[in-house]
Write a protein that binds this ligand. Sequence first.
Ligand code: GLA
Ligand code: ZN
Length: 673
Amino acid sequence: MAKTPFSRILYGGDYNPNQWPREVWDQDMRLFHKAGINSATINVFSWAKIQPSEESYDFSELDDIVDMLSRENYDIVLATSTGAMPAWMVKRYPEVTRVDFDGRRHKFGQRHNHCPNSLVYQKFARNLVLELAKRYASNPHIVCWHVSNEYNAGCYCETCEKAFRVWLRKKYGTLDAVNQAWNTEFWGHTFYDWDEIVAPNNLSDGMGSEWNRKTAFAGISLDYDRFISDSLLENYKLERDAIRSVDPDAVITTNLMGTYKGLDYFKWAQEMDIVSWDNYPAYNTPWSLTAMRHDLMRGLKNQPFMLMEQTPSQQNWQAYNSLKRPGQMRAQSYQTIAHGADTIQFFQLRRSRGGCEKFHGAVISHSGSEETRVFKECAQLGAELRSLGGELLGAANPAEVGILFDWDNYWALEYTSGPSIDLRYEEQLHQYYRYFYEQHIPVDMVPVDGDFSKYKAIVAPVLYMVKEGMAEALETYVKNGGTLITGFMSGIVDQSDNVHLGGYPGPLRKLCGVWAEEIDALAPEQSNILKFADGTEFRCGLLCDILHLEGAEALACYGEDFYAGTPAVTKNSFGKGTVYYVGSQPDQGGLGKILDQLAETAGVLPLMKEKTPLEIACRTVDGREYWFILNLTGTPQPAPKCFAGETDLLTGTAVGGELEPFDALLVRRAHGA
Ligand code: GLA
Ligand code: ZN
């Protein structure tokens, strides 16, 4: 069931008046009002300000900020500030900083740099948050608590190493079980004492860099990733519980980062009241990929989410920080709402004077003027959202297709040494997602232990890791009439990255009705051909499974190389259902042909029959449907005929004629109309 803790669409974002003299605050209040801003996220990086020393707190300035915003009836998102530690803390307790993938203990600096298992850090964070909660929780303007900020980055210090051993004991019980899980006979890694186990960074079994980690022992690294995700989650829970101990009804979140690899967000979301995330597409990020990330964030709790951050215009930290074109921010915001957001918040409201984010876009630029293009676009959106009121809040995004997403699989797939360095989890899923996006078929992103029975089709490309119970769950789903699609690099390993013996795709072999005897890897300049039974041909590449049919029928065969004529794409009947297996990476046309068949078999229907390159999405609430019609194509497009004459809620005009690039329309209908 969809639900929302808000009474209006929060419109605002990160606000740092602490960086500015008081006269600027007055200007802010006037300008925010003009921009239709009704919410502010405060205190994100103010720990050094509100706790000037180990012995003292000083909330005087924060009191003033909270008072000012309360007086003006803002919905306040109160952050806990623990994303950046004060310098005095690091000086006095150097062990609070993290040790990175290269084994270097960090000094004071930057942010997001604490050791999650440092008891000193934990004590300071908890005490601070208790103080904040006692002081502010009773303020009715505080609608949401924002714990820390964008949790990320692991730690490989000795404290974490010790905590890892404790975590392992709890998971495995005995050292024998650990040795077995990690297959430590390989390269003579057998452990005889728990203390021999070390953190897998570049000084030990890890390889690569912090942001592109590789490993000699995926079993060890996978467990370490799980351990770090859990450790940071404990940090979050520590703060959450501190707030709860004062205010049992508080709404608590932390801002996530889409397909960020480091944390198992499905596990995290269970501990969060509402999911929030920060959306920073690059100038060349496909809109379908952004849509997929939104759907993932909605899928974490299967509920509407908060857009905690986006930039009104440019970023500063990407390679090329292009401006958002006129109308682009508005269109991006409606795309976000279309996929399940109940808030639109910016980083940030006023552009900072110094520090590395001074070129980061903001509602108010360095000119301080309301006469900027960006300000005016923000004000237009603010007025539109205000006129929508709360009628859309909590609306659901019904979907008949589920794409499986799993962080364990993400880690393991990208740790593999071979068969190709070009295997990227997000990219693989996106190829499938894009088809549904273009066909106007709504998609849910679903965890591997989710409820498959809700869906007519389950899409599971590169389901490399098949953990205990997963094959059985998929078999039950298909047996009962479900349609499944999977393919190369699926069913290969168990939860510890040890191969399921007996032939690929391991536990999925019976279900798929194929045996993949070998996997060929193709370099970017190489390709093969998919020959379909009807004579059509498409290119394929990346990997080519050499398949034997074991009950399945071939839909397409390879056209070239020594495996020419052997099956490449297959279809198998299993119980009342059907399983498609795609043995290579088809080009877009080839994948489209396969997924057309899948959609037909599964009886999956697009939101509308009319062909259009516009993005179409639909949310439903209380017997009403909200149809989003977005032109993200870059060129004018005719308005879909099926909406002709209906009213666009955003402008009050009738739908018709053409949509200019970045035009966004919103049509309300009675459910089932
Ligand atoms: C992240 C952080 C913000 C800010 C923005 C800049 O999302 O949460 O504090 O640094 O990036 O894009
Ligand atoms: Zn540590």
